[in-house]
Design a protein around this ligand. Structure first.
Ligand SMILES: Cc1ncc(COP(=O)(O)O)c(C=O)c1O
Length: 503
């Protein structure tokens, strides 16, 4: 087909909505239409959740399959809303991996819930951009307030509340939080000289071999250079060795380097290992090094007093983050990032052009969250978090977190009692690392067969050079039935593979 000349068609105003652009002409959705289609979208979402278990959890499309179904050119004239929604069914759904399926056990969850979705919808409806306090005071103040609530709810140190020198801010992701922590650490270590002159190659950061890859990315972005990230060994529980950390710091100091940042993890991605925060914190204090604690998924467990031990030593941290968008029923994106000294962070990131000046900022009476992260603009994420906290309450959140941990622990018990499977790492919370005793290629085969079945979705990791399956039980609607079924499917699939002689 010859290529259409879109520009000239647009200029000529071709099609059913023909005619020159006039003041009276209006392509917008009317509020009556919005009400009508809004209801149909909410109904669509509710229907989706009701039938979600009938879809293969992991999408089965081939690369390029979805694009092949999309028209090569954009519509010149608007499509009906009905036809757009129909294409969601006919084109998009097959290309979804169903993260909200209760049979989603892969990676760490990115879960959601009714109140979160509605809070998100409202935020989109309000459409405020809260870069400054003055650009929507409620956007800033609700965020500060809800983040203060969470300090209490998680039993975090008081120094992270806005009532002290610290405070919390919502970032898009734990990766951004880590980057901001590292930038602040860099500036604290160099007395804000790096912002002015750039890195001189002496700064060093530390993480364990199990730390999330976002730290390496942050080190690259912040200009330290990946070679200046020291990878510290872990012990047999995959937790950072504080002795190895101390040795490496000493070596770096002797070589004239400037250690500035340690990232410790409360619940690593591979195996949920808990780094020893008290020892790491003590070393950081003695050495004057910024300690960032990454509790991306597992931090949510601290809602329950019995799991708060995962944060022991947090009083020694300079910053902390966890993601309600992982395990706290708040849809992506929502990372809560806390600092003990907000002045350093703000001084690191603040630039005040004339066009952003306003009285409240000049008086220093308010938080302008644009100074607490990389982007200038920011949306009203606190709304969905507030909806979740208010709708579930502390009791509701604790109930579901406890239930997930209990189910995960039952799964761990089945693995322990099984003759064919073995646990591959301690399982303190809701992530179980396990494998069939038949070896790496059998486990890879087992994983592929399970995921191709569409009935559940698991992912893997490598621990001690062995291919290991991970099952993370944290999806909002995962219950006993799903976990029992998952174990049954895993066992039966392994038996089937054994019978066919798979190795
Ligand atoms: C421990 C840990 N830190 C950081 C991240 C990065 O999270 P985000 O996607 O919010 O950047 C993850 C993601 O799974 C994680 O498990």
């Amino acid at each position: 087909m010859p290529k259409r000349d879109l520009t000239s068609e647009v200029q000529r105003g071709l099609g059913p909505r023909e005619g020159k652009v006039s003041e009276k002409k209006n392509y917008h959705m009317s509020m009556d239409e919005f009400r009508h289609y809004g209801r149909s979208v909410v109904d669509w979402i509710a229907d989706y959740y009701e039938k979600i278990e009938s879809f293969p959890v992991l999408s089965r499309v081939e690369p390029g399959q979805i694009r092949d179904l999309l028209p090569s050119e954009p519509p010149i004239n608007g499509d009906s809303f009905e036809s757009i929604l129909k294409d969601v069914d006919d084109i998009i759904v097959q290309g979804l991996t169903h993260w909200q399926s209760p049979n989603f056990f892969a990676y760490f969850p990115a879960n959601s819930s009714g109140p979160a979705i509605l809070g998100e919808l409202l935020a989109a409806g309000l459409g405020v951009q809260g870069m400054l306090w003055s650009t929507s005071p409620a956007c800033t103040e609700l965020e500060t307030h809800v983040l203060d609530w969470l300090v209490d709810m998680l039993g975090l140190p008081e120094k992270f509340t806005s009532k002290t020198a610290g405070g919390g801010v919502i970032q898009d992701s734990a990766s951004s939080a880590a980057l901001c922590a590292l930038l602040a650490a860099r500036e604290r270590a160099t007395n804000h000289d790096t912002n002015a002159h750039g890195c001189d190659g002496r700064l060093v950061a530390y993480a364990s071999s199990q730390t999330h890859s976002s730290i390496e990315k942050a080190v690259k972005i912040a200009g330290l250079g990946a070679r200046n990230l020291r990878i510290i060994d872990v012990d047999d529980t995959f937790a950072m060795s504080s002795d190895a950390l101390a040795r490496q710091i000493t070596e770096d100091r002797q070589a004239g380097r400037l250690p500035c940042f340690v990232c410790a993890t409360a619940g690593t991605t591979s195996s949920n290992a808990l780094d020893p925060l008290p020892e790491i914190g003590r070393i950081c204090r003695e050495e004057g090094i910024w300690l960032h604690v990454d509790g991306a998924m597992s931090g949510t467990a601290a809602l329950c007093p019995e799991y708060r031990y995962i944060h022991d030593g947090m009083e020694l941290a300079d910053s902390y983050c966890f993601n309600p968008h992982k395990w706290m029923f708040t849809n992506f994106d929502c990372d809560c990032f806390y600092v003990a000294d907000r002045k350093v962070l703000i001084q690191t990131l603040s630039i005040l052009p004339e066009y952003l000046r306003n009285k409240a900022t000049d008086q220093g009476a308010v938080f302008d969250y644009r100074d607490w992260h990389v982007p200038l603009g920011r949306r009203f994420r606190a709304l969905k978090l507030w909806f979740v906290l208010r709708y579930y309450g502390v009791n509701g959140l604790q109930h579901h977190i406890r239930r997930h941990v209990e189910l995960a622990q039952r799964f761990a018990g089945w693995v322990k009692r099984s003759e064919d499977f073995e646990l591959m790492a301690p399982a303190p919370l809701n992530l179980i690392c396990f494998r069939h005793k038949n070896g790496d290629s059998f486990n890879q085969n087992l994983l592929d067969t399970l995921n191709q079945s569409g009935t559940l979705f698991l992912t893997h990791t490598i621990l001690n050079d062995k291919f290991v399956l991970r099952i993370c039980i944290g999806q909002t609607n995962t219950g006993e039935r799903h976990v029992l079924q998952a174990w049954k499917t895993i066992v039966e699939t392994a038996e089937g593979l054994t019978k066919t002689g798979s190795t």
